[in-house]
Ligand binder design. Structure first.
Ligand code: NAD
Length: 553
């Protein structure tokens, strides 16, 4: 049986008391310390007299939070709370996930990363730099926790759709791991955010005196790969059971590193595989609405980078499992990038794009590609706004009774079209999902609740399932079962509102169901050498951290 992760493992062993206790974010309960605790833990006099419940504390947090004039100010406030009282931070996040996810994660985290050096207060996570080559083992020893289940790592080169933000990208692993805890109940002390700073090619950051990273250009080539190889080995040595999730690397590095490590390490790339699973789940839900079959779909992607190629590959994998021959399964996906339609024989087709470079004349205009290829779905993963023009959406609506339109680029400002545009230009017939949230849209007397194909539906559950099963690697089949489980959890009530995913408010339940499905897949495929627990659902349930004040050890 895989090792159970007790949520007490990383808690300080010696009693911490007095002011030191109030300054320890893991143990601090603030005004919720009981009278007896105040006596025992030398807190008498150090706190205002009234003992508050966690609910009362949360009421105060929300009152303060909602007074903040901007989302960035809300982000700064929440990070401050996380630094003071982690349990209260997670209780507030869990109980208000729909309101706070857009602050803790996209779109606000994008703004936070752009200004990271300017809003910097306290370090979170671990920074590795190119000069650490040869000493990464030693740097990892500085991390205070001996038990880590999940590492999220970035090199900051492609932060959301915002480009190279260098070390400012730390906001991403920090935010993703907050979601691991909030959505899947991974103990926060088992989470390790890492930024590998190999420099930045962002001129504005290089000239910014408050930039927090190395003021130098990126290293690349063999020096970069050797640094990454050492990093992977060092993590395995210090944290042999940890899952390593790659985030926001550039498309080329993302693919090369995934292919380099996927069979020998417990790792995955969320931009490629997590995105693919959440999009496949959205497609499955869309087809439950339209009544179409997956094997009859033709998907045209705007953008042929990590996210797009990842989705095309998982879709091909799903079709092959359903009996479609490989060549045909690959032809379900067509790609359009900054040079036009990706076709065989075109100049500059990247290696990862080659399986999808089908025989066809070159086309440079996206609306023309839609007219010629007659897709059933268009998926935007270009990181560029407004590329799904009125002409494109109207053409999709002419070709399909229920056109599937997924502008997935993040943050909201980069979406290929807005929800209002998609519904408006298709007379309310579009089946819509975006990457970042959109407000409900009213069209012809009907209120649509735009679905958000948020990776947070997938990666926390997949991660928990991998950790729970002790799987040695992360397989495509795990993402297929996660996508199926996610789509199966959407009900008629959501479909009636145009939603393709379950409400975010149910995300802890969603993540648990996905975790069990993924762990089951790991055991049945023999990817885990551990014994399957008799009651897998109960085993997963018992691993889940709940942000309640417990007795102090
Ligand atoms: P990437 O840099 O690897 O790929 C971007 C692709 O877009 C490249 O193929 C590029 O040639 C193409 N492109 C750029 N400008 C274009 C233009 N004007 N016309 C056509 N194509 C153009 O990036 P990625 O990792 O694939 O991510 C792309 C976007 O997808 C980002 O905005 C990211 O936030 C978003 N994304 C969303 C989700 C989600 O919603 N769940 C998940 C992952 C990524």
């Amino acid at each position: 049986m895989p090792k159970s992760k007790s949520s007490e493992n990383n808690r300080p062993k010696k009693a911490t008391v007095g002011m030191q206790l109030l300054h320890n974010p893991i143990l601090n309960k603030g005004t919720a310390f009981t009278d007896a605790e105040r006596e025992d833990l030398k807190l008498r006099g150090l706190l205002p007299p009234r003992v508050c419940s966690q609910d009362q504390q949360m009421m105060r947090v929300l009152e303060n939070l909602r007074r903040k004039p901007t989302d960035l100010e809300k982000y700064i406030f929440l990070v401050g709370l996380q630094n003071r009282n982690e349990t209260l931070f997670y209780r507030t996040l869990v109980d208000n996930i729909e309101e706070l996810m857009p602050i803790i994660y996209t779109p606000t985290v994008g703004k936070a990363c752009q200004k990271y050096g300017h809003i910097f207060r306290r370090p979170r996570g671990l920074y590795l730099i190119s000069e650490d080559r040869g000493r990464i083992d030693a740097v990892l020893q500085n991390w205070p926790h001996d038990d880590v289940s999940v590492v999220v790592v970035t090199d900051g080169e492609r932060i959301l759709g915002l480009g190279d933000l260098g070390a400012n990208g730390m906001g991403i692993p920090v935010g993703k791991l907050a979601l691991y805890t909030a959505c899947a109940g991974v103990d926060p002390s088992h989470c390790l955010p890492i930024t590998i700073d190999v420099g930045t090619n962002n001129e504005a950051l290089l000239e910014d005196p408050l930039y927090i990273g190395l003021p130098q250009r990126r290293i690349d080539g063999s020096a970069y790969v050797e640094l990454m190889d050492e990093f992977m080995e060092s993590i395995r040595k210090r944290y042999p059971e940890a899952l390593i999730q790659f985030e926001d690397f550039s498309g080329t590095h993302a693919f090369n590193l995934l292919n380099r490590y996927r069979s020998s390490y417990r790792m995955f790339n969320d931009d490629i595989q997590g995105t693919a699973a959440v999009t496949l789940a959205g497609l499955r839900s869309a087809l439950r609405i339209s009544g179409g079959a997956l094997s009859d779909q033709r998907v045209l992607f705007m953008g042929a980078g990590a996210a797009g190629i990842g989705i095309g590959s998982l879709l091909a994998c799903a079709l092959e499992k359903g009996g479609v021959p490989k060549a045909e399964a690959l032809r379900a996906s067509w790609f359009f990038d900054s040079k036009g339609l990706v076709v065989a024989g075109r100049e500059r087709v990247r290696d990862m794009q080659k399986p999808f470079a089908h025989k066809n004349p070159e086309i440079r205009d996206f609306a023309e590609a839609v007219r010629v290829l007659k897709p059933t779905a268009i998926v935007g993963v270009s990181g560029r706004p407004s590329l799904f023009t009125e002409k494109v959406v109207r053409e999709m609506a002419k070709l399909n009774v229920r056109p599937i339109i997924f502008p997935l680029s993040n943050p909201t400002s980069q979406a290929e079209c807005t929800a209002e545009e998609a519904y408006g230009w298709s007379e309310g017939r579009a089946i819509f999902a975006s990457g970042s949230p959109f407000d409900p849209v009213s069209h012809s007397g009907k209120l649509f609740q735009p679905g958000q194909g948020n990776n947070a539906y997938i990666f926390p559950g997949v991660g928990l399932g991998v950790v729970a099963s002790g799987a040695g690697k992360v397989t495509d089949e795990m993402f297929l079962v996660a996508a199926a489980a996610l789509s199966d959890m959407v009900g008629e009530a959501e479909f009636a509102k145009g939603m393709l995913y379950p409400p975010l408010g149910s995300i802890r339940e969603v993540s648990k169901v996905i975790a069990v499905a993924v762990a089951e897949e790991a055991f049945s495929a023999g990817v885990s050498s551990a014994d399957r627990p008799d009651d897998l659902a109960d085993y997963v349930e018992r691993m889940i951290y709940s942000p309640d004040y417990g007795p102090l050890a």
